[in-house]
Design a protein around this ligand. Structure first.
Ligand SMILES: NC(=O)c1ccc[n+]([C@@H]2O[C@H](COP(=O)([O-])OP(=O)(O)OC[C@H]3O[C@@H](n4cnc5c(N)ncnc54)[C@H](OP(=O)(O)O)[C@@H]3O)[C@@H](O)[C@H]2O)c1
Length: 314
């Protein structure tokens, strides 16, 4: 699979968990988990400047030092439209190398999209990243962003996508036309798509998908996934990640344990049949509607969002 010029496998990794903060983690175990995944064939890892206030980027930097083949993506916070280059410099310093630089979420309505795109292009021109992408942009915003590029192409859009939140499917379709890879965040619905009992991490408290998974319709989706997994003798997580690949999206699950890393590795070699993909699609048909990002967020001034992030210690 390709993200612009970057050659990646069928499944990547997200490293929000490694920042601590909104996730409860055992630092030694999470380190073993990511090392296991990267040493068993995974070659893409995503982070962001806001995850654990830079701790996740530092964690990724340590991981990739001995693994030069791993493709690294990071995200400049959506309130940093005026200082993308500065943020990219700080991220590069923490990580050591950035292959894909993404803008984390749409800027407030009063900020022109082209200003963001120019900032990303400038960072790439300065050698701070080789490819540029965005995150949480809907089709309309992506089309506008595409008209702003001068020297680089926007190669990816990282959005929420999983069997309990399928609004990104129109974007996946449009992305094929525009040469944009859709990277799925929360590909396991924060674990809610694969298991019934979830830890009490603050990251989950804010996410409506966890409640959705507990409804009768949500439970049907989880049961379908677990049934396919049992039939194949693989983990439910591997089934969900293989479903992403079949749908044309690139999943980046966050992991905390070696056991979870093993499931992600298992997904790389798993090909679902058309009937299995259809079964998950049918069970989750009512979750195709909705939006990928609450548009109201664009009316919140940047400084308030920043304050919210600091208080939430993402
Ligand atoms: N661009 C954005 O706005 C944005 C937003 C959110 C996330 N992201 C990125 O996307 C990545 C993934 O999203 P996410 O972390 O929100 O959600 P996710 O990958 O859907 O879920 C991660 C959680 O699921 C559980 N899990 C992982 N592997 C499992 C397995 N094999 N079996 C059962 N449970 C498993 C773990 O929690 P427990 O062990 O506690 O159960 C883990 O913390 C993040 O790390 C981050 O890089 C981006």
């Amino acid at each position: 699979m390709k993200i612009g010029s970057l050659e990646v496998g069928r499944v990547g990794l997200g490293a929000w968990q490694a920042g601590g903060g909104a996730w409860r983690v055992d630092p030694a175990e999470i380190k073993r988990a990511y090392e296991y995944a990267l040493d068993h064939g995974l070659n893409f890892i995503d982070t962001a400047e806001v995850y654990g206030n830079g701790r996740s980027e530092k964690f990724v930097g340590e991981l990739i030092r001995q693994r030069p083949h791993v493709v690294v993506a990071t995200k400049v916070a959506g309130f940093h439209w005026g200082r993308i280059v500065k943020s990219a410099e700080i991220s590069r310093r923490r990580i050591g190398r950035v292959d894909l630089l993404q803008f984390h979420w749409p800027p407030p309505v009063y900020v022109p999209i082209c200003r963001v795109v120019r900032g990303l292009e400038r960072a790439a021109e300065l050698g701070l990243a080789s490819e540029i992408g965005v995150s949480n942009f809907d089709i309309g915003l992506m089309e506008r962003a595409k008209t702003c590029t001068k020297k680089y192409e926007i190669v990816s859009d990282q959005v929420v996508y999983n069997p309990l939140q399928r609004a990104a499917e129109r974007l996946i379709e449009a992305g094929r036309r525009m040469g944009v890879t859709v990277i799925s965040w929360s590909p396991l619905a924060k674990g809610a798509a694969v298991k019934e009992s979830l830890g009490d991490d603050p990251a989950r408290r804010l996410d409506p998908v966890v409640k959705r998974a507990a409804t009768p319709a949500g439970r049907r989706v989880v049961e379908t996934i677990r049934k396919i997994a049992a039939g194949r003798g693989v983990s439910p997580a591997a089934v969900v990640l293989a479903w992403h690949a079949a749908k044309g999206a690139y999943p980046i699950p966050g992991i905390k344990t070696v056991e979870q890393a093993h499931d992600v590795v298992e997904a790389v070699g798993l090909e679902l049949s058309e009937a299995e993909v259809r079964a998950i699609d049918e069970a989750s048909a009512q979750f195709v509607h909705g939006s990928i990002w609450p548009s109201g967020m664009r009316y919140i001034p940047g400084f308030l969002l920043k304050l919210g992030f600091i208080l939430a210690s993402v």
